[in-house]
Write a protein that binds this ligand. Sequence first.
Ligand code: KIV
Length: 286
Amino acid sequence: MSIAETAGSPGAAAAPRKAVTLARLADMHARGEKIAMLTAYDATFAAVADAAGIDCLLVGDSLGMVCQGLDSTVGVSLDAMRHHTDSVARGLRRVRGAAWLVADLPFGSYQASREQALHSATALMQAGAQMVKLEGGGWTAETVRFLTERGIPVCGHLGLTPQTVHALGGYRVQGRDEASAVRLREDARALQDAGAAMLVLEMVPAALAGAVTAELAHCATIGIGAGRGTSGQVLVMHDMLGIHLGRPPKFVRNFMAGAGSIEDALRAYVLAVKDGSFPDDGMHAW
Ligand code: KIV
């Protein structure tokens, strides 16, 4: 089945949106317009999400759990990331999509050296990513600088960093005590100073995520389980459509409940992020 040519298919009727760019994302952050991001792993869901008005798509290494049935993201390979990035990018191209495309550097593909990170990031950029995301605190700043100086936009990822779940002792809220909150704020500043244009904050207290966001003039924060005070939100698409193996995390809302179609559910998510009604800090945050 063709995505673009099929009657009623995503993007078939709607007027084309202006492409989301790095400059536009920075402007949204500066003006306080919320950025709506979702994960996508294949061409068709990418096209539907784009038609629903999503600002950013993330080819997350969560594909290890969602698509491959793994227990964690640790087993996801660079080849798998390249394959899914290629599929999502192709889906966006087929509908002349506007969404900004971010892809995760998987575990073991950037930790060894700056050169290893450049090699891995190149593979994802050549598959169609416009930005790469990597997990970790201040120790990644040197790598972030190396990549951004070479024209590769970078998104950081602090708080709960799933690739290090074994070191963290589980999927737990991070930055709850004073010392770790101070460290997270320092790490966020170091990543911004190194050139990161975006920063995912996962499972950190809402007050801390809000404070980090207020401190970063040049780096948009994207929260997941981090409250409503961030520049934008991200969820795993399958989670917010109510399909998951096991129990969904507390920070997820099922947007499929009451929606007539998947595209409607995705549109409702975009709207709820934009108008600030999702997340509800009383229900989805700490
Ligand atoms: O891999 C992923 O999907 C992610 C998001 C949940 C932030 O990193």
